[in-house]
Ligand binder design. Structure first.
Ligand code: URA
Length: 440
């Protein structure tokens, strides 16, 4: 196989054979195909797409590029959940303990923050001492003991995705359905759970900006999951506004704990319950309504919060910050962003809000950047809210006062005001399962 011919074939809109796709993945992982040729192929895929068979081959080749976890030594059905990435999206921290408290095991491998979006592993590491680098035996033990464990991706899980994702990040080839679907599903399939719920974000803070493209991505991923024998469904949820109020690592853990105490913001609480209910439904706990009630009941009796505490303890984290979130180390400085005029918030460029939080130190500018765990934003006013001149739109938190100027500017640029009242977007748009698409 000549890589030049493979690139030219896709550039000219033709279908790649299985041999060519497997050859590309093998050659890229072993280093015989250089970044510049891989980049060219990614761009050709970005423009010309792939058919179902090509996407299946790409996903399978990526999944087989490294280890595949066998979760069968853990008894019972294991469910997983994956978000395509958003701003203020701390649902995994809420959903996983809810599901575990309902008796379904969650053995989850999560990622770090990516671009303007946050990552569950970074958020959990804001808990002092919390270890996300458990080996397989420790990981299984924690799941057996507490019903739940969340760790970082193990060293050799889908190395093809690790290399390709980093390359896509710097070659403007992230927002492509075949590339996102194969990236996510190769990891989820390799991670071994029996059931997978995908949270496909849509809007200004998501990689897919329209509902139509999000549904298409969801259909592609659900097919890949079901073809591999895993019960899979996808929910299309809004990311045209940050989820909840808090953006930033320990700030998001604090909001997740509040939600598990029944005191979270309405949008976050509802979305978390709905995701958890769908995980429970796939695991055979009843229909969606029954599972919604079940999920609510473990918030009400605090057993979900208790599950989170048990996991934190089992992974060597300091439980006192979960018992009383005031024990989290606070940022040294805070700064209030105030409205320059009265009106209604018509739109929040959610990617911009995420970038503003990164500028405060909550995310990585480069692969080696160190995260400030206490940095971030607490939002006071969101899309649709009435604002008077001088009202606080948001409070910024950082350990370095000099960061506030640029972060404030970025945050303000991300808020569009209007004199007219504004209708909020729905929280949930659609559900995609093997039974088809259901729009809400
Ligand atoms: N999340 C992933 O893991 N991969 C993508 O391509 C996009 C979001």
């Amino acid at each position: 196989m000549r890589m030049y011919d493979v690139i030219a074939k896709k550039r000219d809109g033709h279908e790649l054979s299985s041999e060519e796709i497997y050859g590309f993945i093998e050659g890229y992982v072993d280093g015989s195909i250089p970044d510049y040729q891989a980049s060219a192929l990614l761009m050709a895929i970005f423009f010309n797409g792939m058919n179902e068979r090509e996407i299946l081959d790409l996903t399978t080749a990526m999944m087989k590029s490294g280890d595949q976890v066998d979760l069968s030594p853990i008894e019972g059905i294991k469910v997983d959940k994956h978000s395509t990435g958003g701003v203020g999206d701390k649902t995994s921290l809420i959903v996983a303990p809810i599901v575990a408290a309902c008796g379904v095991k969650v053995a989850k491998m999560s990622g770090r923050g990516l671009g303007h979006t946050g990552g569950t592993v970074d958020k959990l590491e804001s808990i002092p001492g919390f270890r996300t680098d458990l080996n397989e035996e420790e990981f299984f033990d924690v799941v057996r003991k507490t019903g739940i464990s969340v760790i970082g991706q193990s060293g050799n899980l889908t190395p093809a995705d690790k290399k390709l994702y980093a390359l896509r990040d710097v070659t403007a080839t992230v927002e492509s359905i075949p590339l996102i679907a194969s990236s996510i599903m190769s990891k989820k399939l390799a991670a071994g759970s029996d059931c997978i719920v995908l949270d496909v974000k849509t809007g200004s803070g998501a990689f897919m900006k329209t509902v139509e493209s999000s549904v298409k991505l969801a259909e592609t991923m659900v097919k890949l999951g079901e073809n591999a024998g895993r019960r899979t469904c996808a929910l299309i949820t809004d990311m045209d506004v940050p989820l909840g109020k808090n953006i930033g690592n320990s700030l998001e853990v604090i909001e997740a704990v509040d939600t598990l105490k029944g005191k979270g913001p309405e949008d976050l609480t509802h979305e978390a319950l709905y995701l958890a209910a769908n995980m429970l439904e796939l695991a055979g706990k009843g229909d969606e309504d029954t599972c919604m009630k079940l999920a609510q009941s473990v918030i009400d009796d605090l057993s979900a919060l208790n599950c989170l505490k048990q996991m934190v303890k089992a992974q060597h984290g300091d439980v006192s910050v979960i018992e009383d979130t005031d024990n989290f180390i606070k940022a040294k400085y805070s700064f209030e962003v105030k409205a320059d005029r009265a009106g209604y918030i018509a739109h929040m460029d959610t990617e911009g809000c995420g970038i503003s939080s990164m500028m405060l130190g909550a995310g990585r500018e480069t692969l080696d950047s160190k995260i400030d765990m206490a940095a971030g934003i607490i939002i006071e006013k969101k899309t649709g809210d009435r604002v008077e001149k001088g009202d606080v739109l948001a409070t910024l938190y950082a350990d370095d006062e000099k960061l506030f100027d640029k972060a404030e500017q970025k945050y303000k640029e991300s808020i569009i005001m209007s004199d007219e009242t504004v209708k909020r977007n729905p929280l949930l748009y659609a559900k995609v399962s093997r039974d088809g698409i259901k729009y809400f």
